[in-house]
Design a protein around this ligand. Structure first.
Ligand code: SF4
Length: 188
């Protein structure tokens, strides 16, 4: 997926954002999860936002079956081959999700994004929680595969609920501050 806007300002932080948060109908059921906020609209106007859907970047179609990280695990477990991502029909899509995460990381690095705003709960984009692999609505703290890979490369990942905190970093020149050691920060 290409950047939504080109020619970003060189002295302001740039943001990788989940395409569905930006209104793209790319979720597994063909819907968007639009996050309407004046901050995001302004950052887009300033050419500082780059849209990515890791699952589409891996070649998965829309619509597609829902997927979850199996057995109560999370994205880091998938990246270390300790867990799988499975669709609701039982199909193993682990390699697709890892490939999508790698593509999203490549895009972030290419555009100099050190911040990311990702859709929470997704097996790819989840930043503070993911679902447990039973497709029963149970969730637990943890990150999706893409969020985990971005964090492993020092890109700070925020959920929509953290927009105020993200705005502090987006609207100040210079590098984002390193993550602190709190439990919540560990999921960023
Ligand atoms: S992979 Fe991320 S961007 Fe794509 S639909 Fe899922 S949550 Fe949205």
């Amino acid at each position: 997926m290409t950047a939504i806007l080109a020619g970003a300002m060189p002295d302001r932080p740039k943001l990788l954002a989940s395409a569905c948060l930006l209104g793209r109908p790319v979720r597994h059921n063909g819907s968007a999860k639009t996050l309407s906020d004046h901050l995001i609209e302004r950052w887009c106007r300033e050419n500082r936002v780059f849209a990515a859907c890791p699952e589409l970047m891996a070649g998965l179609p829309t619509p597609r079956p829902a997927a979850e990280i199996a057995a109560g695990s999370e994205g880091n477990d998938v990246l270390h081959a300790r867990a799988k991502v499975v669709e609701s029909n039982g199909r193993d899509v682990t390699l697709d999700y890892v490939a999508g995460a790698q593509e999203a990381l490549r895009m972030a690095l290419h555009h100099g994004c050190r911040l990311a705003l990702l859709t929470d709960g997704s097996p790819s984009c989840g930043s503070s929680y993911v679902y447990d692999g039973t497709f029963s609505g149970h969730r637990h703290p943890g990150a999706g595969v893409t969020a985990a890979l971005l964090r492993a490369h020092c890109i700070r990942v925020f959920a929509p609920s953290d927009l105020d905190e993200l705005s502090v970093l987006m609207d100040r020149p210079g590098a984002p501050a390193p993550a602190s050691g709190s439990r919540r920060e560990n999921y960023r």
